[in-house]
Design a binder for this molecule. Structure first.
Ligand code: RB5
Length: 145
């Protein structure tokens, strides 16, 4: 199950990625936004981050204009590793090394084709574990008061 959301700046790319998820027969929940009206990206980042931390969704996808706001907001939630990626290499590394549980994209930076490709690369990559798990454990430790 994938939880996906965008603000108005990411709506067009979200629509393209939802089509990809449908083509791949993947279960997903589209948390909005569904219209062109200006909305606040933290509200949507919270919906997807909570879906992932609660276990309702295995992973999430967030899209705003640049991806910056969504990544800042999502990473406020303990257990979330939201990765803003711009190309196939960073999309692959986000899964293989960082085990990112939320992929973040900039809707004003990527064409629908580019965005779909980055999602495919991230979905199809495998977390490598090993030395990377030690580093993720250290990130988790940073969340402790
Ligand atoms: C909305 O105008 C824009 O600020 C938002 O989509 C995103 O780029 C923020 O980081």
């Amino acid at each position: 199950m994938i939880a996906i959301a965008s603000d108005h700046g990411g709506l067009e790319l979200k629509t393209a990625i939802v089509e990809l998820l449908q083509q791949r027969n993947m279960a997903y929940v589209d948390h909005g936004t569904h219209g062109q009206d200006s909305v606040d990206y933290p509200d949507y980042a919270a919906l997807v981050a909570k879906a992932v931390t609660s276990g309702t969704a295995e992973a999430g996808i967030l899209i705003c204009g640049t991806g910056i706001g969504m990544s800042i907001a999502a990473n406020k939630f303990p257990g979330i590793r939201a990765a803003l990626v711009h190309d196939e290499f960073t999309a692959q590394m986000a899964h293989e090394h960082n085990n990112a549980n939320i992929l973040v994209l900039g809707g004003r930076l990527l064409s629908p084709e580019q965005g779909r490709k980055l999602v495919e690369v991230w979905l199809d990559a495998d977390y490598e574990g090993g030395r990377h798990q030690n580093r993720l454990d250290k990130i988790a430790a940073l969340e402790q008061p």
